[in-house]
Design a protein around this ligand. Structure first.
Ligand code: URA
Length: 199
Protein backbone atom coordinates (compact mmCIF):
# COMPACT_ATOMS: atom_id res chain seq x y z
CA UNK A 1 0.00 0.00 0.00
CA UNK A 2 1.42 3.44 -0.91
CA UNK A 3 1.66 6.06 1.81
CA UNK A 4 -1.25 8.17 0.57
CA UNK A 5 -3.40 5.00 0.35
CA UNK A 6 -2.47 4.18 3.95
CA UNK A 7 -3.31 7.73 5.03
CA UNK A 8 -6.70 7.54 3.30
CA UNK A 9 -7.39 4.11 4.78
CA UNK A 10 -6.54 5.45 8.24
CA UNK A 11 -8.90 8.39 7.74
CA UNK A 12 -11.61 5.89 6.76
CA UNK A 13 -10.98 3.85 9.96
CA UNK A 14 -11.29 7.09 11.94
CA UNK A 15 -14.61 7.92 10.22
CA UNK A 16 -15.87 4.45 11.12
CA UNK A 17 -14.85 5.03 14.75
CA UNK A 18 -16.73 8.35 14.78
CA UNK A 19 -19.87 6.61 13.44
CA UNK A 20 -19.54 3.49 15.63
CA UNK A 21 -22.42 2.59 17.94
CA UNK A 22 -21.47 -1.06 18.46
CA UNK A 23 -21.26 -0.87 22.24
CA UNK A 24 -22.93 1.20 24.96
CA UNK A 25 -19.88 3.51 25.19
CA UNK A 26 -20.46 4.58 21.61
CA UNK A 27 -24.05 5.46 22.42
CA UNK A 28 -23.18 7.54 25.54
CA UNK A 29 -20.13 9.51 24.39
CA UNK A 30 -19.95 13.18 23.45
CA UNK A 31 -17.18 12.60 20.87
CA UNK A 32 -15.33 9.47 19.83
CA UNK A 33 -11.54 9.78 20.12
CA UNK A 34 -9.88 7.89 17.25
CA UNK A 35 -6.35 9.16 17.96
CA UNK A 36 -4.00 11.68 16.40
CA UNK A 37 -0.49 12.17 15.12
CA UNK A 38 1.49 11.30 12.02
CA UNK A 39 -0.22 8.60 9.92
CA UNK A 40 3.22 7.11 9.27
CA UNK A 41 4.62 7.67 12.77
CA UNK A 42 7.52 5.36 13.64
CA UNK A 43 6.42 5.42 17.31
CA UNK A 44 2.91 4.84 18.68
CA UNK A 45 1.56 5.35 22.22
CA UNK A 46 -1.58 3.46 23.23
CA UNK A 47 -3.45 4.40 26.41
CA UNK A 48 -6.60 3.06 28.02
CA UNK A 49 -9.66 5.14 27.18
CA UNK A 50 -10.67 8.78 26.77
CA UNK A 51 -11.45 10.78 29.91
CA UNK A 52 -13.74 13.78 30.34
CA UNK A 53 -11.67 16.32 28.41
CA UNK A 54 -10.89 13.86 25.63
CA UNK A 55 -14.61 13.08 25.30
CA UNK A 56 -15.38 16.81 25.00
CA UNK A 57 -12.66 17.55 22.47
CA UNK A 58 -12.48 14.29 20.50
CA UNK A 59 -8.69 14.25 21.00
CA UNK A 60 -6.55 11.79 22.98
CA UNK A 61 -4.56 12.71 26.08
CA UNK A 62 -5.54 16.38 26.38
CA UNK A 63 -6.46 16.32 30.11
CA UNK A 64 -4.11 16.17 33.13
CA UNK A 65 -2.64 12.76 32.17
CA UNK A 66 -2.18 14.08 28.63
CA UNK A 67 -0.28 17.12 29.83
CA UNK A 68 2.05 14.82 31.78
CA UNK A 69 2.49 12.59 28.71
CA UNK A 70 3.26 15.61 26.50
CA UNK A 71 5.88 16.81 29.03
CA UNK A 72 7.43 13.35 29.32
CA UNK A 73 7.71 13.22 25.52
CA UNK A 74 9.43 16.61 25.55
CA UNK A 75 12.03 15.31 28.03
CA UNK A 76 13.20 12.93 25.31
CA UNK A 77 12.85 15.49 22.50
CA UNK A 78 9.68 13.99 21.07
CA UNK A 79 6.84 16.16 19.87
CA UNK A 80 3.26 14.85 19.86
CA UNK A 81 3.22 15.44 16.10
CA UNK A 82 6.11 13.01 15.58
CA UNK A 83 4.22 10.09 17.15
CA UNK A 84 0.73 8.61 16.96
CA UNK A 85 -1.35 8.59 20.16
CA UNK A 86 -4.49 6.54 20.66
CA UNK A 87 -6.31 4.34 23.16
CA UNK A 88 -7.48 0.74 23.46
CA UNK A 89 -11.08 1.98 23.72
CA UNK A 90 -12.11 4.98 21.63
CA UNK A 91 -15.08 6.24 23.68
CA UNK A 92 -15.19 7.39 27.31
CA UNK A 93 -16.39 4.87 29.90
CA UNK A 94 -18.89 6.47 32.34
CA UNK A 95 -17.16 8.13 35.32
CA UNK A 96 -13.83 6.94 33.84
CA UNK A 97 -14.45 3.39 35.04
CA UNK A 98 -12.20 0.61 33.67
CA UNK A 99 -13.16 -0.51 30.17
CA UNK A 100 -14.98 -3.86 30.18
CA UNK A 101 -13.54 -6.89 28.37
CA UNK A 102 -16.37 -6.82 25.82
CA UNK A 103 -15.78 -3.09 25.13
CA UNK A 104 -12.07 -3.76 24.59
CA UNK A 105 -12.88 -6.70 22.33
CA UNK A 106 -15.37 -4.65 20.28
CA UNK A 107 -12.88 -1.79 19.79
CA UNK A 108 -9.90 -4.05 19.13
CA UNK A 109 -10.62 -4.25 15.40
CA UNK A 110 -10.10 -0.47 15.15
CA UNK A 111 -6.87 -0.55 17.16
CA UNK A 112 -5.43 -3.41 15.10
CA UNK A 113 -6.38 -1.61 11.87
CA UNK A 114 -4.58 1.53 13.08
CA UNK A 115 -1.43 -0.43 13.94
CA UNK A 116 -1.52 -2.25 10.58
CA UNK A 117 -1.83 1.03 8.65
CA UNK A 118 0.61 3.14 10.69
CA UNK A 119 3.15 0.27 10.92
CA UNK A 120 5.06 1.73 13.89
CA UNK A 121 8.51 0.31 14.65
CA UNK A 122 8.12 1.00 18.37
CA UNK A 123 4.82 0.81 20.25
CA UNK A 124 4.60 2.03 23.86
CA UNK A 125 1.66 0.79 25.88
CA UNK A 126 0.49 3.07 28.69
CA UNK A 127 -0.90 1.16 31.64
CA UNK A 128 -2.25 -2.31 32.28
CA UNK A 129 -5.10 -2.38 29.77
CA UNK A 130 -2.98 -1.47 26.76
CA UNK A 131 -0.14 -3.76 27.89
CA UNK A 132 -2.46 -6.70 28.41
CA UNK A 133 -4.37 -6.09 25.17
CA UNK A 134 -1.33 -5.71 22.92
CA UNK A 135 1.58 -7.52 24.60
CA UNK A 136 0.49 -10.29 26.95
CA UNK A 137 -2.85 -10.80 28.62
CA UNK A 138 -1.13 -11.64 31.91
CA UNK A 139 1.39 -8.75 31.77
CA UNK A 140 2.22 -7.27 35.18
CA UNK A 141 3.00 -3.61 34.66
CA UNK A 142 4.76 -3.25 38.03
CA UNK A 143 7.14 -6.12 37.15
CA UNK A 144 7.57 -5.55 33.43
CA UNK A 145 7.43 -1.79 32.85
CA UNK A 146 10.30 -0.59 30.69
CA UNK A 147 11.14 -4.09 29.40
CA UNK A 148 10.98 -3.96 25.62
CA UNK A 149 10.07 -7.03 23.60
CA UNK A 150 9.78 -7.56 19.88
CA UNK A 151 6.61 -9.22 18.58
CA UNK A 152 6.03 -9.66 14.83
CA UNK A 153 8.58 -6.98 13.97
CA UNK A 154 7.27 -4.31 16.38
CA UNK A 155 9.23 -3.40 19.51
CA UNK A 156 6.68 -3.14 22.34
CA UNK A 157 7.59 -1.09 25.43
CA UNK A 158 5.18 -1.37 28.38
CA UNK A 159 5.05 1.84 30.44
CA UNK A 160 3.04 2.95 33.46
CA UNK A 161 -0.01 5.03 32.61
CA UNK A 162 0.66 8.75 33.24
CA UNK A 163 -2.66 8.98 35.17
CA UNK A 164 -1.30 6.39 37.63
CA UNK A 165 1.73 8.62 38.21
CA UNK A 166 -0.60 11.55 38.95
CA UNK A 167 -2.23 9.51 41.72
CA UNK A 168 0.89 7.74 43.07
CA UNK A 169 3.83 10.10 43.11
CA UNK A 170 6.46 7.34 43.39
CA UNK A 171 5.49 6.08 39.90
CA UNK A 172 6.70 9.27 38.26
CA UNK A 173 10.31 8.17 38.95
CA UNK A 174 9.64 4.89 37.14
CA UNK A 175 8.01 6.69 34.22
CA UNK A 176 10.88 9.15 33.91
CA UNK A 177 13.45 6.35 34.07
CA UNK A 178 11.51 4.36 31.45
CA UNK A 179 11.36 7.44 29.20
CA UNK A 180 15.14 7.79 29.45
CA UNK A 181 15.42 4.16 28.47
CA UNK A 182 12.95 4.75 25.63
CA UNK A 183 15.23 7.52 24.36
CA UNK A 184 18.06 4.96 24.17
CA UNK A 185 15.83 2.42 22.45
CA UNK A 186 14.80 5.03 19.87
CA UNK A 187 18.41 6.09 19.30
CA UNK A 188 19.29 2.43 18.71
CA UNK A 189 16.32 1.81 16.40
CA UNK A 190 16.37 5.08 14.45
CA UNK A 191 19.77 6.70 14.91
CA UNK A 192 19.44 10.32 16.02
CA UNK A 193 15.68 10.83 16.36
CA UNK A 194 12.46 9.13 15.26
CA UNK A 195 11.47 12.43 13.62
CA UNK A 196 14.29 11.76 11.14
CA UNK A 197 13.55 8.04 10.72
CA UNK A 198 12.86 6.82 7.20
CA UNK A 199 9.09 6.22 6.94
N1 URA B 1 -6.23 8.41 29.68
C1 URA B 1 -6.14 7.59 28.62
O1 URA B 1 -5.87 6.42 28.75
N2 URA B 1 -6.36 8.11 27.44
C2 URA B 1 -6.63 9.37 27.23
O2 URA B 1 -6.80 9.75 26.09
C3 URA B 1 -6.69 10.22 28.36
C4 URA B 1 -6.49 9.72 29.58
Amino acid sequence: MGSSDAEEALQEVHSQIRRCRRCPLGRARTKAVPGEGAFDAPVMFVGEAPGREEDQQGRPFVGPAGRLLTNLLKTIDLDRRDVFITNVVKCRPPENRDPLPEEIATCNEFLLAQIALITPKVLCTLGRFAGQTLIDKSLSISREHGRARRISGILYVPLYHPAAALHQARLIDHLEADMRQLRQILAREFGASPAEAPR
